[in-house]
Design a protein around this ligand. Sequence first.
Ligand code: FAD
Length: 426
Amino acid sequence: MPDAVVRARDAADVALTMRAASERGVPVTPRGAGTGKVGGAVPARGGIVLSLDRMRAIHEIDRLDGVAVVDPGVITGELHAAAERERLFFGPDPNSWEQCTIGGNVATNASGPRSFKYGATRDWVLGLDIVTGDGTAMSIGRRTSKGVVGYDLPSLIVGSEGTLAIVTRATLRLAALPERVIAVLALLPDESAIAPAIAAAIDARVTPRSIELLDGATLDVVRGASTIPIPDAARALLVLELDGRADAVERDAIALGEAIAALSPFDVLIAQSASERERFWSVRRDMSRALRRSARFKASEDVVVPRSRIAELLARCRAISGEHGIRMPAYGHAGDGNLHVNLLWDREDQRAAVDLAIRALFEAATSLGGTLSGEHGIGLAKAPYLALALAAETRALQLRIKDAFDPRRVLNPGKIFAGDAGHRAC
Ligand SMILES: Cc1cc2nc3c(=O)[nH]c(=O)nc-3n(C[C@H](O)[C@H](O)[C@H](O)COP(=O)(O)OP(=O)(O)OC[C@H]3O[C@@H](n4cnc5c(N)ncnc54)[C@H](O)[C@@H]3O)c2cc1C
């Protein structure tokens, strides 16, 4: 629990709060919508929670410049809708887009299914207004699509999880709104067919915006409730989504379908209509609820590996699951090698085994050339494991950067670096 909550109305409120907190050494935890998955908005050391939820204005959508200027508390879905009204497009689509905020997205470098083609939030941030730990307000970055003047400070703030500065305004890139979206669904007999299916898309010179995966253990949970018939022997399901101009997308979808069909999957389906597409995605959406229902406790990790090594990661998950007696179905963004590995268990006395399984999972991801998080960040939950991914000299350099932005270390203490918080089930 915080000792106090400040709901800022503008950047001046934020600067005043930070100056007062810094002078007195009071911790400040910035908060958007609180949907973060690693406890980043939890005031681990008490002090002030600084909520940006009242700063919700979309100041500008400029068609010609391809730029949006927004407050940090704007809900991501509201920005999508505002851009689309101008036939423009904001790429990042975290699955929490109906609740999460742009400030939270910037702080966590959020991304979603579309990131295979459109990248993460960092790829859409041009400039930021920020308030640093000592209460200094400044504008960093640019409004133009290009610009090379000094260090790229906006990129440093993106993903810094509220530990360097508070974002009080964001200048974001917008693109042209795609005319048509088509989804292709493939049921594969073997996890080792996942990487060849992705390679087949690349060989067919098609760049899907999404390449989403459900692994065999996840299919076993959702099969009964699925609106798409899933054969018992299917060990992986891919949903690939293409977008662009209508004629080009239709051609690409057929080329992609044929390329994957050549790998002898059980089935390849192409959704032409919005309702068919919706049916494909419902398998993925319903899966989350089905997983939650299938066990008393659930924790979810979001490790990332090179996509060529997804099958190896899934094999390692099976071995870890067998060793510790914890079920570990995985799904996620296969195109980015970013898998949400779930840990499901029923008895409280299994908690120690879960912690061992989580550590083994992180060790597997890093040993395969990947890292601890593709989307959610480190926050409180993964802080104890940071050393698995960052060498001592890198951690020390990052702390020196923190000290330049936040000399009294009042901004979001206990996050990313402090290895003093246990991992919690969500
Ligand atoms: C159902 C569900 C689905 C999700 N799906 C995805 C997904 O597909 N992809 C994905 O990336 N994430 C996903 N998430 C996680 C979460 O939604 C994202 O991390 C999101 O970016 C957090 O935004 P928020 O506004 O809720 O931030 P919060 O949870 O409030 O805060 C997150 C972090 O950002 C900091 N912060 C917030 N606002 C600011 C600010 N203005 N300035 C500086 N720091 C700030 C906080 O201190 C904290 O460290 C999902 C979460 C849920 C519950």
